[in-house]
Write a protein that binds this ligand. Structure first.
Ligand code: BG6
Length: 484
């Protein structure tokens, strides 16, 4: 890994994302020695006029619990906070960004670097509406001089646009200012431990190689549930809805890793090439394979319009038109205010041909990868029920991470992804053509929802979502199994 002076700039430093995700991830990296105090400096930038100490106090509570922390942890915290400086300015202000550049350069000089020869990372924890102007300001005032070495990278968060056209427009605007290898589009699902495990699981295990195809797999479900609504985020959410918030990005990225062919190597470009091919093979979504829902009470939020038809729940069947997957439904399901919080992948296998045990009623083989909470992988299989009788039962081969990897801390998605941006590894970031292909899949249905041509069904908060979604699952060939 490269060493030397590193400046990390968090734009939108006083916002929610920065406080809840970006700064805690940076602190965890610092704690573990990935950010060296003699190399790194962190700059917060936002419009609010506050002092360095005020910013430090605002984020402190998100980093550590003062009451239950040991003196060593508190000392680490105070060392970390000392690395943070704050610069205030608006997102289109030349002076603001000139000032920011001056601060960064000052840090570089103090670390004996030639100004502009070091590493500069800009994390945009901002609404996408300001991305173009912020990128322009960074490009014009704050980039390092590439002929002196070092680098400038920017990290952007979703939503990257609202549909194909707006996403392409945004990509063009940013693409005129930065090269693709400088742009890190975060999808934090790609930083989750069990999502990162998918390639290893699929391509390093003989078990799976011959089975992972249309001959053996009946259907695949990728499910996201939350047991809380959009409280406090209604304004943002209502503009986007569950498909743009979760399905078009997080679940689709997971689908790519489940469905892609083996990449030539683990090089980021080889992996992303295969992901793009999956997306490009997805057939147009059929109306009868979509169920939308909106939980009752959603419109009571004062920031949500009374007539809103924004879905807070959706089940969508995607079909991949290629040799491996033709005929296998990929069922993507996401919902807010449901009965539990869970994200999982369920791969359901076909029935055993010529079954002599009459065990259909026991259910099918299923391989489940639970991304959260309580990371686990388990295989549902049929065994002889222990005892004198010859009867079958459904059981599990269970790899629960909490038990198997006791004492191992699973890193937060953001922590891992920020480290990747510093190391220059784009494997777990979304490439421009991937983004485009993802929008191509969902834009037609999204436009119809936006035009009020496709409306959500009501469902009770705390339920499984609309009953019609379960019917769609059944129609797609899913058979509920016993056990977990
Ligand atoms: C975000 C969505 O991208 O992911 C939120 O905007 C959602 O609506 C969150 O709550 C879920 O992330 P996680 O890591 O808790 O599953």
């Amino acid at each position: 890994p490269e060493t030397g002076c590193l400046s990390i700039v968090v734009l939108g430093a006083s916002g929610d994302l920065a406080k809840k995700k970006t700064f805690p991830a940076l602190f965890n990296l610092f704690r573990q020695g990935f950010l060296q105090p003699n190399e790194v400096h962190i700059f917060g930038y936002a419009r609010t006029k506050i002092s360095d100490d005020e910013l430090r106090n605002r984020i402190r509570g998100y980093l550590i619990n003062d009451k239950s922390s040991s003196p060593e942890q508190l000392e680490k915290l105070s060392k970390f906070l000392q690395l943070i400086k704050y610069v205030s300015g608006s997102y289109d202000s030349e002076e603001g960004f000139q000032l920011l550049d001056k601060e960064i350069s000052g840090h570089e000089v103090s670390r004996n670097s030639v100004v502009g020869s070091a590493r500069r990372l800009f994390y945009l924890a901002l609404p996408p509406s300001v991305y173009p102007s912020v990128c322009k300001m960074i490009r014009n005032h704050c980039t390092n001089k590439s002929d002196l070495g070092g680098w400038t990278r920017i990290v952007v968060e979703k939503p990257f646009g609202k549909d194909l056209e707006s996403a392409e427009q945004l990509s063009n605007q940013i693409g005129e200012l930065f090269e693709e290898p400088q742009i890190y589009r975060i999808d934090h699902y790609l930083g989750k431990e069990l999502v990162q495990n998918l390639l290893v699981l699929r391509f390093a295990n003989r078990f799976f190689l011959p089975l992972w195809n249309r001959d053996n797999i009946e259907n695949v479900q990728i499910v996201f549930r939350e047991d809380f609504g959009t409280e406090g985020r209604g304004g943002y959410f209502d503009e986007y809805g569950i498909i743009r918030d979760i399905i078009q990005n997080h679940l689709l990225q997971v689908l790519c890793l489940v469905a892609m062919e083996k990449p030539v190597s683990l090089k980021p470009e080889h992996i992303r090439d295969e992901k793009v091919k999956v997306l490009q093979s997805v057939l147009p979504i059929k109306d009868e394979e979509v169920i939308l829902g909106q939980y009752e009470g959603y419109r009571d939020d004062p920031t949500v319009p009374d007539q809103s038809n924004t879905p807070t729940f959706a089940t969508v069947v995607l079909r991949i038109h290629n040799e491996r997957w033709e005929g296998v439904p990929f069922i993507l399901k996401a919902g807010k205010a449901l009965n539990s919080r869970k994200a999982e992948i369920r791969v359901q296998f076909k029935d055993v041909p010529g079954d002599i045990f009459k065990c259909k009623k026991q259910g099918r083989n299923e391989f489940v990868i639970r991304l959260q909470p309580l990371e686990a992988m388990y295989m549902k299989l049929t065994v002889k029920h222990p005892g004198l009788e010859m009867s079958t039962a459904q059981s599990e081969l269970d790899l629960s991470y909490g038990q198997r990897y006791q004492g191992v801390t699973i890193p937060e998605a953001y922590e891992r992804l920020i480290l990747d941006t510093i190391r220059g590894d784009q494997q777990h970031f979304v490439r421009r053509d991937e983004l485009k292909a993802a929008w191509e899949i969902f834009t037609p249905i999204l436009h119809r929802i936006d035009n009020g041509e496709f409306n959500p069904l009501p469902y009770q908060p705390g339920s499984r979502g609309p009953a019609e979604a379960d019917e769609l699952l059944e129609k797609a060939g899913y058979v509920q199994t016993h056990g977990y």
